[in-house]
Design a protein around this ligand. Structure first.
Ligand SMILES: [Zn+2]
Ligand SMILES: [Zn+2]
Length: 164
């Protein structure tokens, strides 16, 4: 089965759990260096998310709603062109407040490959051609959670936005 893992996340994304399908996938984020502990960053609106690896310092862009998802990638929704880019670091676990690097979990939902092909007619709003394989880039929602290595707790979503 194909999962809706967007191209920009593929190098970092490992599906976890039993509940994955063409319409929904949850995965753990892992840096190319092998580490899975990060300082997560988000903007205030929850439309941009990134993570900085605490081992090698690499920065991974997890979501930019102006470029990713149906609205950013296909529909080119106007309001997405001017996203506030001031980023805030999540330096501590939101549950136990320990100052610690955090693991990052991402859930992406999709309307599936066939819907994408039909609704996009395989070009974006600006008339640029799209490939069938781009269906993973036109996801319909994005959720980010953090998992704390100190208390083992998982958040009830740091970001949870509709992107379609
Ligand atoms: Zn790294
Ligand atoms: Zn904690």
């Amino acid at each position: 089965m194909e999962y809706p893992i967007p191209d920009h996340l593929k190098p970092f994304f490992t599906p976890v759990g039993e509940d994955n399908s063409e319409l929904r996938v949850t995965g753990a984020i892992r840096c190319k260096c092998g580490s899975a502990l990060f300082t997560p960053y988000t903007n205030e609106a929850g439309t941009i998310a990134a993570a900085k690896c605490r081992k090698c310092g690499a920065k991974i862009l997890l979501l930019h709603a102006g470029r990713h998802g149906w609205d950013g990638f296909v529909a080119k929704a106007d309001y997405l062109y001017d996203l506030p880019t001031k980023m805030h670091a999540l330096e501590a676990c939101p549950r136990c407040e320990a100052q610690t690097p955090l693991a990052v979990k991402v859930t992406v939902t999709s309307f599936g490959r066939e819907d994408f092909i039909r609704d996009s007619e395989l070009s974006d709003e600006d008339g640029h051609p799209l490939r069938e394989e781009d269906w993973v880039n036109a996801f319909s929602s994005f959720r980010m959670d953090v998992v704390c290595p100190e208390c083992g707790g998982t958040t009830e979503s740091i970001i949870d936005i509709e992107t379609a």
